[in-house]
Design a protein around this ligand. Sequence first.
Ligand SMILES: NC(=O)C1=CN([C@@H]2O[C@H](COP(=O)(O)OP(=O)(O)OC[C@H]3O[C@@H](n4cnc5c(N)ncnc54)[C@H](OP(=O)(O)O)[C@@H]3O)[C@@H](O)[C@H]2O)C=CC1
Length: 287
Amino acid sequence: MGTAILNGLLNAPPEEANKLPFTRFIACVRSQNSEERLKERFSEHLDKVEVTRGENISAVQKSEVIILGSDPADIETLLSQQGLREAVANRLLISIAAGWTRQKLEQRLYGSETTAINTNGRAWVVRTLPNIAAQVSQSLTAIEASEPALPIEYLEITTAIFRQIGRPVHVDARLMNVTTAVGGSTPAFFAVICDALIDAAVAVGMPRGLAHTMIFQSMQGTATMLQGGVHPALLRDQGTSPEGCTIGGLMVMEEAGVRGHVGRALREAVTLARLMETTEHVNDTRH
Ligand SMILES: NC(=O)C1=CN([C@@H]2O[C@H](COP(=O)(O)OP(=O)(O)OC[C@H]3O[C@@H](n4cnc5c(N)ncnc54)[C@H](OP(=O)(O)O)[C@@H]3O)[C@@H](O)[C@H]2O)C=CC1
């Protein structure tokens, strides 16, 4: 995810430049392997990009904006590093870590949440949730709106960063768990639906490569129409003719309760995202 964000920032169009006042980037990693991989990946930008290992504190000291992008399981150790709390003071700390609320991040750093009167000497922490499509600059990224609100210039910088890898949206803190599933889980859901359609196409004689081309283009075209404002029900109605094959297929979907089951899958993902705040092993069978 860090690589996708850095790549987006390095390739930002000139009209975004004034909203992204960065001249240098430091990519912090833990392993030699990642250090070598990133140096190779960004070899054309080494005048702007420094890749460091074991130097988190000095990297933060040299930075004005920090993106916290390690695995959620590593965040606790990372934030506990000696000197980090002091280094991030009065800086913008953007977290992309799933499952880490702003409150939890601040509790880990300072032992308490920020209130409107005690921001001085602390970092401005903002929680964000990109999704996997960041890899192709098509992320849906939720930027949490919580209290106390970020200073406007920090909100603009955060929004501009995520605009480089897709579409940022501002989401109330109470909807972040819902967003984890609605924005974060849905690419996997769409992938399963595509996979099923491809297998079915192969079963009735379509070569697999051609089935890929057709299903992916069909999905992309559908998304473009829906994003253009066509209501899903209207698109469906326009694609069906009396006694036709599409309405026949849709009848099978209704018989199988596809809508109800897809909806339930999304609601289950939201339930689990909510449970994760307090419970381990959320996918164990519940009674
Ligand atoms: N992948 C996704 O689709 C999404 C990811 N996210 C969130 O983004 C974050 C990153 O995910 P992802 O990019 O997939 O994970 P990766 O494991 O690919 O990247 C994590 C990076 O953090 C580095 N790192 C870990 N600990 C340290 C440390 N102590 N000091 C310096 N660097 C460290 C790792 O370095 P090294 O490689 O050397 O170990 C690695 O480069 C997670 O919190 C995840 O929840 C959110 C939404 C979607």
